[in-house]
Write a protein that binds this ligand. Structure first.
Ligand SMILES: NC(=O)c1ccc[n+]([C@@H]2O[C@H](COP(=O)([O-])OP(=O)(O)OC[C@H]3O[C@@H](n4cnc5c(N)ncnc54)[C@H](O)[C@@H]3O)[C@@H](O)[C@H]2O)c1
Ligand SMILES: O=c1ccn([C@@H]2O[C@H](COP(=O)(O)OP(=O)(O)O[C@H]3O[C@H](CO)[C@@H](O)[C@H](O)[C@H]3O)[C@@H](O)[C@H]2O)c(=O)[nH]1
Length: 459
């Protein structure tokens, strides 16, 4: 199939390159000219293991990038993978996605003589005009990949309809575009392999025609794997996405709540969690306590779900508490540090800047409140991350960034560990170069040993 993907960030680029790898012809559209140039040069605009190889293999062949929405009407379907950030009150900021949706609709309407859909036949040659539709006309399928609260889908439908307009079919006006949802569950750091081997696919459609299109698109994946497919309506599909993220975030917050209690009791939360993870009903995954959850998804999605629920008349108590616990973890880490060192005027190393290992993404990284707290204490902060230095530099341009962990630790009065990069587990004599070997570990990655003043956040 010929697929257009609007938005070439973490999700859109992974989707575009992976669909090309499945054999589809993919046009990636982004408003950022640098992103488009990078893709067309066969390079990845973001750090994601395996992505560079896929792009290098397919760029210029099955994968092309452009800033021009004109490719949309000639494609069989269009994915929307534009960002959906939070407003300052936590609610969903739909501005970018609604604009992209309307522009997609306009491109469909302006699709020209040979039709609004790759195989659907002619529908229109301009928005709002008197248009004679071919008998076999099908609308263009626009699939929302971005994460959008169920109530917000109404706004996207309106934006799509406003852009695309209707054509005159045999039985009267017919929409030129139909909306579906196909939420994404990939994790950063393992995005490419998550796409190829997902836990589930969720198709939210309003017609059997749209469902058939999605089944056709994912045919190879469905044959290669025994991935379960959830077929439902667009709103339920998006609620599944939010419920998934809400559940996982709340699980980590519960683990942190229990972990904080363990710490006060002088117990090791990891020993406790390893044991409860043996219960199939709990599962061993997402039981790692520490400095909390960050990233571009959990914080904003939980906030958007809370805001949308409140708007609908329900205040979700447990989700509110999950956020409260999460917000408290960086503070607890700093309080542990205070017990061992007065860092005013002292060099303090922050090991790990990315919100998790395997990515250069620092959105809502726990490193941000930790660095803020260190600055409040008057510390001289030096940060180190294997790949996220440049992205964090945008947030903290004046911070000192070390080229490696050893340099960051040299002469430091304390070190705090924020990201569980594997390489931190191998650190040993590097700590001996510290002015005072105080290590506060927010991820249980550094080995506790003789000669270190070591504190784990929950152990
Ligand atoms: N990052 C993840 O791990 C992840 C996983 C699952 C779902 N999601 C959801 O997917 C969506 C995208 O997230 P992301 O992290 O890839 O975002 P991102 O910020 O990395 O990328 C968004 C891209 O869209 C482009 N863009 C903005 N407006 C545009 C327009 N009008 N036309 C074309 N391109 C436009 C931007 O230039 C940017 O390159 C969000 O809704 C997010 O919640 C993200
Ligand atoms: O036991 C754990 C597991 C994770 N985390 C933290 O939780 C955050 C999120 O981690 P993870 O879920 O692995 O990464 P994301 O890439 O944010 O992926 C989540 O968010 C995506 C965007 O919605 C979804 O697609 C994924 O399914 C969902 O796992 C990170 O800060 C981790 O450090 C913990 O603190 N303890």
């Amino acid at each position: 199939m010929h697929v257009t993907v609007v938005g070439s960030g973490y999700v859109g680029t992974t989707l575009a390159a992976s669909l090309a790898d499945l054999g589809h012809t993919v046009t990636a559209i982004d408003i950022d000219e640098d992103v488009v140039a990078t893709l067309n040069a066969g390079e990845a605009p973001i750090h994601e293991p395996g992505l560079e190889d896929l792009i290098a293999e397919h760029a210029g062949d099955r994968l092309t990038a452009t800033t021009d929405y004109g490719a949309i009407p000639d494609s069989d379907l269009t994915f929307l993978a534009v960002q959906t950030p939070s407003n300052s009150d936590g609610s969903l900021d739909l501005t970018a996605l609604a604009a992209a949706t309307e522009m997609t609709g306009e491109a469909i309407a302006a699709g020209g003589d040979d039709g609004a859909s790759g195989d659907g036949g002619a529908i229109g040659d301009g928005a709002g005009a008197d248009i004679a539709a071919a008998d076999d006309a099908a609308p263009h399928l626009v699939v929302v990949k971005s994460t959008v609260t169920p109530p917000a889908l109404a706004e996207l439908r309106a934006a799509l309809a406003s852009g695309a307009g209707t054509a005159t079919g045999a039985d009267g006006a017919v929409p030129r575009a139909e909306l579906a949802t196909n939420p994404e569950f990939l994790r950063e750091g393992t995005a490419v392999s998550d796409f190829r081997d997902p836990d589930k696919l969720v198709f939210g459609t309003e017609s059997s025609w749209a469902l058939d299109r999605l089944e056709e698109l994912y045919e190879t994946l469905l044959k290669e794997t025994d991935v379960p497919v959830v077929r439902t309506d667009p709103e339920t599909a998006m609620m599944i996405k939010y419920a998934n993220n809400a559940f996982l975030s709340a699980k980590i917050s519960l683990v942190n709540d229990l972990g904080n209690a363990c710490k006060e009791f002088g117990l090791d939360a990891y020993e406790v969690m390893d044991a409860i993870g043996l219960d199939d009903r709990i599962s061993e995954q997402f039981l790692r306590s520490g400095v909390g959850w960050g990233g571009s998804c959990f914080p904003k999605d939980v906030d958007a779900l809370r805001a949308a629920s409140r708007e609908a008349g329900y205040d979700p108590a447990l989700l509110n508490a999950a956020v409260e616990v999460n917000d408290g973890q960086p503070q607890r880490l700093l309080e542990l540090l205070d017990r061992h060192a007065d860092v005013a005027g002292e060099r303090v190393a922050v090991l790990g800047l990315a919100f998790k290992p395997g990515t250069d993404d620092v959105r809502n990284s726990r490193a941000i409140p930790v660095i803020d707290g260190l600055h409040e204490r008057g510390a001289d902060v030096v940060g180190y991350d294997p790949v996220a230095t440049e992205t964090m530099r945008e947030r903290f341009p004046d911070l000192e960034y070390a080229p490696d962990a050893a340099t960051a630790l040299e002469g430091a009065a304390a070190a705090v560990v924020v990201t569980d990069w594997d390489e931190f587990a191998a650190l040993d004599e590097e700590f001996d170069a510290m002015a005072d070997p105080v290590v506060i570990d927010g991820r249980r990655i550094v080995e506790r040993r003789e000669g270190l003043t070591y504190e784990g956040l929950t152990w």
